[in-house]
Design a protein around this ligand. Structure first.
Ligand code: PRP
Length: 182
């Protein structure tokens, strides 16, 4: 597998995140906003997006893992790290790096909704167009992308490449040299 092309540049990501942050700032002004990032991939978008939200936000983190191979079809995920605190009555915004099948978010939404937040919305940097096996209501979307295998900006290939500042396509026979050597 090799990096074949940059799909979303670092500059495009930063511009879009700034715009989403401005929208979120307006939408949640005067409200108690809790950002919830889903580890590991979302750490990068959480760090950048939160710096563009001009409100006193709180942050928490969840880590989830699939039950073996069945997740892609069943949508059952295991919570490795739950939220530190209650979310009852709070305005919760889930921050994700990418939505693929949508099953992770469907599970998380159901899991968090029973905790009675005042509101529950989703922000995702990347949405793979047309791949969702379940309808996912995503209020803030950075970019709709094709169904390619992508890495960078939090997304990994065997644990690596999360630190790339851009999102790139990885292919079995990628022709180009990696734009950045890592
Ligand atoms: C990615 C991403 C989402 C999920 C989306 O996480 O961060 O949580 O997959 O896929 P879905 O829409 O098909 O459910 P991943 O399982 O790769 O874990 P990681 O963030 O720790 O790399």
């Amino acid at each position: 597998m090799r990096i074949s092309k940059v799909l979303v540049s670092a500059e495009q990501i930063q511009d879009r995140i700034a715009a989403l942050g401005a929208r979120i700032t307006e939408d949640y002004r005067g409200k108690d906003l809790l950002l919830v990032a889903v580890l590991k991939g979302a750490f990068m978008v959480m760090a950048d997006l939160s710096r563009h939200i001009a409100l006193p936000v709180d942050m928490d983190f969840m880590a989830v893992s699939s039950y073996g191979e069945s997740t892609r079809t069943s949508g059952v995920v295991r919570i490795l790290k739950d939220l530190d605190r209650e979310i009852s009555g709070r305005h919760v915004l889930i921050v994700e790096d990418i939505i693929d099948s949508g099953l992770t978010l469907q599970y998380l939404r159901r899991n968090l909704e029973v905790r009675r937040p005042a509101s529950l919305e989703i922000a995702a940097l990347l949405l793979k167009a047309g791949l969702q096996m379940t309808p996912v209501q995503v209020r803030y979307v950075g970019f709709e992308i094709p169904a390619d295998f992508v890495i960078g900006y939090g997304l990994d290939y065997h644990g690596k490449y999360r630190n790339l500042p851009y999102v790139a396509v990885m292919e079995e026979n990628g022709a180009a040299e990696p734009p950045v050597q890592l």
